[in-house]
Every structure is written in structure tokens, then in C-alpha cells.
Write a protein that binds this ligand. Structure first.
Ligand code: AMP
Length: 406
């Protein structure tokens, strides 16, 4: 068996898991990891929380270390010591995969991490100032633990969108923007790709032959138009702020609003950043939460702004799906994934209700029946509608396994 460690480092959390995979053949269904861990760093500093889960133990502690590298080192220690121990020593780990948010134009596929790749990830921090440095810190933590001989692989969130046609990725600003790297990249690519492959598997079709719109609806939300096995259009752009309305991000708005706000005397770039990334979206409109569940509760109690937030969310989701379907020139299947896509039946129903003219018809019972990796379209629907549980960590582990085989 091959032990593959996956590290998914975000702005305020870090998730990790260890898979034990056969040498010869990857399982069709995602296996249960041997060990799973998560660190949550609270805003404001003190006491990060570490949670670790194995088949036999659950462990929680408040980390006293203080620095991120120290916290990561403690998390990794639980792999080979204490009650959550699943390997004898770090030497048992044969390869490590990292989710890297921004791979720029150069990285169209996952790649073995070398000093050059690290330098590129560092350079691209200009475009992903929170995520790429966190990804790099994760890579360095593993190098410190395992030495540089153990292969580490970067799996990029932008890679699946790297074949967007120029008409889809060039902004209609000054042409010089392209030289500065200001173009559309797209994100959530690991999830969109996994869901597209899984959709083809569920449909029993060749991925190269199906036209899909994959809807990744979590805290961040984006759509991808998938044709020929690649993303040919997507809603996120230069940053993960473009496109759909999200938990606390605005998505696309008239850029004239930004000019208007910035002209006000005390308005700063940091304030604008905070407004658009943290104080907008479901949170900003409802005034309740960036999480859809309390918004549903408030709607039941007659809260008008909560209802408006959901209405805007669905209005923009429908418009986005329509745009993606047009980029594809037709639609074979619509795929819903991530927290909202997998769990919020009313959002799926609301989106599909407007897509009847494309031949989309939901089976209401299947939609309400907690579907997972299932087709919820009515029998006579011209377009299949799938709910797929996204498995980014498993997708990263598969990439690592394939790199080892090469
Ligand atoms: P994610 O970023 O994929 O974890 O998704 C987070 C979003 O999924 C939040 O808006 C949650 O409210 C939403 N979500 C998770 N579970 C449910 C549920 N059972 N019903 C509605 N929304 C949910």
C-alpha cells in the first residue's frame, strides 16, 4: 500500500488527511482516509483548535504554539504519536499532495514540486495574497518533516480552467492588462474537475462527449461550463470575487460602484476589500449570516431581507447557468456540489424551475430525498440533474498516486 498525505491549507484553516492506497490500481469509490485533521485559526490570534479523527479515535486540543509552522508541526505529530497514531514514523509517508490555489498561466496540470515551482507559487502570491503563502508554508512544513527526497505534488485550483478560450479569459479592459497577468483564471478547479469526471461515471458516458455545467455552491460559489473534458467557461475570474453571489462575497457588481465608493474621502482599499469579501453576499443582504441555514430559518419566520438574499442568490445562479449553457451550445447535465449544492434542495429547485425551456425537469421527491452522487432529474427530463459530493482531497490524492506511478 502507498501512504499519500494531502494538505489543503486555507486562509484561516488547514485540513489534512492520509490515504492508504493500493500500488496497482486506484479504487473506483473514494476510500475512507486513515487519519483526518483540521486546524482552525481564530481571527485575532489566541488558541487555534486542532481536531483529529481516525477510525478508532477522536482528539481535540487547543494549540499553544502560536506560530502557524509550529501548529502544523503539532498536527503532523498526531500521525505518528499519541492515541491517533496511524504510522510508525514520518518515513512511512511516500508522497504529499498540496492544494495550491493559484497556478497562473504556466501550470495546466498538477506538477511535482521543485525549487522552481516553489518560486512560481511565491511569485503568484501577488494574485492570491492570502492563499499562495499559506500553501507555500504547508509545502515547507512537509519538507522540514520529510526532507526533500519525498515527492510533493502541487495540484492547482486554476489548472482545470487553463484551456479557456481567449474570448472567455481576456477582460475587455486595456490590452496591456494581459501583460500584467490581469485576465480571468477561474477557481475551484479541483472540485469542478472531480465532479465532471464523477458525473460522466454516473451517467455511463465518456467525459469527452458530454456538455456539463458544474455548480460549486459552498461558501464560495462558482460555475464551470465543461466540454471535451475541460472547462471552457467559468464565473470566477482574476480573483475568486467575480461571478455568483456568495456567502459573504458580492460576486460581480457594477465596477462603477467601486469608483463611486473610492471617491468618498475616508474610503480606503482595505475597507473596500472587507466590504466586497466579508460584508456582502448572503451576509450583506440578509444582515443575518453568510451561512444559508440560518437564512432559511429566518425566511420561515417572515424575515424580508433573508428572503431577498435568497431571491438574489437564485436569480444570479439562474443567469450564470444560462450563460454557461450558451457557452456550451447545449446542456446534457447540470451538476450541483458543495455545502449548498449538495444540501439545499430549495436552491436546486429554484435554479431548475427557470431552466424548463432548456429541457431541465426535476423530480421533486428525488430532490428532497437527501441525494448523494445521484440523478434527481425527472424520468422524461432532456437534461440530467446530478447531486455529487465533492471530494477535493481524494482528487488530490489520486493525482499524487498517478505521479508516483509515472
Ligand atoms: P462549504 O463551503 O462547501 O462547506 O458550504 C458552506 C455552505 O453550505 C453554507 O452556506 C452552509 O449554510 C451550506 N449548507 C451546509 N449544509 C446545509 C444544509 N443542510 N442546508 C442548507 N445549506 C447547507
Amino acid at each position: 500500500m502507498v501512504k499519500v498525505l494531502v494538505l489543503n491549507a486555507g486562509s484561516s484553516s488547514q485540513k489534512s488527511c492520509l490515504y492508504d492506497l493500493p500500488h496497482t490500481r486506484l479504487p473506483q469509490e473514494p476510500p475512507q482516509p486513515l487519519w483526518e485533521a483540521q486546524i482552525d485559526w481564530p481571527h485575532g490570534g489566541d488558541g487555534a483548535k486542532l481536531k483529529v479523527k481516525t477510525a478508532h479515535h477522536r482528539h481535540e486540543e487547543t494549540l499553544q504554539g502560536g506560530s502557524r509552522p509550529e501548529d502544523s508541526a503539532r498536527m503532523l505529530e498526531t500521525l505518528y504519536s499519541g492515541a491517533t497514531r496511524v504510522i510508525a514514523d514520518p518515513g512511512a509517508i511516500e508522497t504529499v499532495g498540496h492544494r495550491v490555489v493559484h497556478g497562473g498561466e504556466a501550470y495546466r496540470e498538477s506538477t511535482r514540486i521543485t525549487p522552481e515551482v516553489k518560486a512560481a507559487i511565491e511569485r503568484l502570491a501577488l494574485f492570491a495574497p492570502v492563499h499562495n503563502p499559506a500553501n507555500l508554508a504547508g509545502i515547507e512544513a512537509l519538507e522540514a518533516l520529510l526532507g526533500s527526497q519525498v515527492p510533493q505534488v502541487a495540484v492547482f485550483d486554476t489548472a482545470f480552467h487553463s484551456r479557456l478560450p481567449a474570448a472567455a479569459y481576456v477582460y475587455p479592459g486595456p490590452y496591456e492588462w494581459l501583460d500584467q497577468g490581469i485576465r480571468r483564471y477561474g477557481f475551484h478547479g479541483i472540485s469542478h474537475r472531480y465532479c465532471a469526471e464523477r458525473a460522466a461515471q454516473i451517467l455511463g458516458r465518456d467525459l469527452a462527449q458530454v456538455r456539463l455545467v458544474t455548480c460549486h455552491l459552498g461558501n464560495g460559489c462558482s460555475l464551470a461550463a465543461v466540454r471535451g473534458g475541460f472547462s471552457v467557461d467559468t464565473t470566477m475570474g482574476f480573483t475568486p470575487l467575480e461571478g455568483l453571489m456568495m456567502g459573504s462575497r458580492s460576486g460581480s457588481i457594477d465596477p462603477g460602484i467601486l469608483i463611486h465608493l473610492m471617491r468618498q474621502a475616508d474610503y480606503t482599499v482595505d475597507k473596500l476589500d472587507h466590504t466586497l469579501n466579508q460584508a456582502s453576499g448572503l451576509e450583506g443582504v440578509s444582515g443575518i449570516s453568510n451561512d444559508l441555514r440560518p437564512i432559511f430559518k429566518a425566511i420561515d419566520q417572515g424575515h424580508a431581507r433573508a428572503k431577498l438574499a435568497l431571491d438574489i442568490y437564485i436569480h444570479r445562479l439562474r443567469a450564470g447557468i444560462g450563460a454557461m449553457a450558451v457557452s456550451l451550445g447545449g446542456l446534457d447535465a447540470l451538476v450541483f456540489t458543495a455545502g449548498i449544492g449538495e444540501n439545499a434542495a430549495p436552491v436546486r429547485a429554484g435554479a431548475c424551475e427557470a431552466l424548463g425551456f432548456l429541457g431541465v425537469a426535476l423530480d421533486p421527491q428525488k430532490n428532497n430525498d437527501r441525494p448523494r452522487d445521484a440523478d434527481i432529474a425527472a424520468a422524461d427530463s432532456a437534461v440530467r440533474v446530478l447531486v455529487i459530493h465533492t471530494q477535493e482531497d481524494w482528487a488530490i490524492a489520486r493525482e499524487c498516486w498517478q505521479h508516483l506511478r509515472r
